[in-house]
Design a protein around this ligand. Structure first.
Ligand code: PDD
Length: 286
């Protein structure tokens, strides 16, 4: 069975899906996206992702081509049509395809936003990477200043991930003015003396949907949370480190720029948070 994707109103086989060469997502990365995970055929934190999507669009003056109710139905249809049990759904909304390449945004009454969704399979609950933890390297954060908007401008994160791969690591932690902002596609945390430390929200990081849930669960479990910036040196001296994202849940970090974190094994707080997150989000999935 070929994969079924959703393109501008139609469910089609992936090989038959078409978008215009004039699409501004393709030409200018003039597009926003979301990735929602799926466990047991159900959507994890759909409302959180839909709310952030609306915010990304409104910050960029995009008019959604679908209602949020439609969007839920499209997600569910794709899960069903692809028989997806565990993995995720990628959604992208672009500013559409005007008939020329103009830096000025087209009038939204004349050019409708484009929309594409597809599913992917990925082991989320049981994963060796989660059990073993990952190594990260640090790199300068030279992305644009509105990282709170989830745009498809992913060349630098992708470049940074390649540098990490070449260095034998799994990811890069990005550093601006001496402080860690986030990972290439995840939020970054350290744990010291039982306190979970992660950068406060602002325009300089993505407001992770997983981050919001993890911090809520941490507080409910009476763990101490501090939202403030930290340096690579502080992270290297921490007891634990981890990252969160929709497709990674809470993933332990065991090495930063060659320095072993804690014992070199995933820490107990990271593990506990991962367990709580998996359990609670599986229960709440829709
Ligand atoms: N990335 N920071 C960045 C830069 C991200 O790209 C992501 C998500 C996150 C975590 O956000 P959330 O918890 O809402 O997934 C933080 C997705 C998974 C991706 O690009 O594939």
């Amino acid at each position: 069975m070929s994969q079924i994707v959703y393109v501008n109103g139609d469910y089609v086989a992936a090989e038959d899906a078409k978008v215009s060469v004039f699409d501004r997502g393709f030409l200018m990365a003039d597009a926003v996206y979301e990735v929602t995970s799926v466990i047991g055929g159900k959507l994890v934190d759909f409302d959180g992702h839909a709310t952030r999507l609306q915010r990304s669009m409104s910050e960029l003056e995009m008019v959604s081509p679908v209602t949020m109710e439609d969007l839920l139905e499209i997600h569910r249809q794709l899960v069903a049509r692809n028989d997806l049990d565990e993995g995720g759904i990628y959604l992208q909304i672009t500013r559409g395809a005007p008939d020329s390449r103009d830096f000025v945004w087209p009038d939204p009454d004349e050019v409708k936003c484009g929309i594409v969704l597809f599913t992917f399979e990925k082991a989320l609950v049981d994963s060796k990477v989660m059990d073993d933890g990952i190594k990260v390297i640090s790199m300068d954060d030279i992305r644009w200043g509105r990282r709170d908007i989830k745009t498809t401008q992913l060349l630098y994160p992708s470049f940074a991930k390649m540098q990490a791969k070449k260095a034998g690591a799994a990811d890069a932690w990005l550093v601006e003015d001496g402080f860690v902002t986030e990972g290439t596609a995840n939020n970054a945390y350290i744990v010291k003396d039982g306190t979970i430390i992660t950068r406060q929200l602002g325009n300089d990081i993505l407001h992770g949907i997983t981050r919001a849930a993890i911090l809520r669960f941490a507080k409910e479990a009476q763990m101490q949370v501090e939202e403030r910036p930290f340096t690579i040196e502080e992270a290297q001296a921490a007891d634990e480190a981890f990252v969160t994202s929709a497709t990674g849940f809470a993933q332990p970090v065991i090495d930063i720029d060659g320095a072993t974190i804690g014992t070199g094994k995933p820490g107990s707080i990271s593990k506990r948070l991962r367990e709580i997150y998996t359990e609670e989000m599986t229960k709440a999935a829709i």
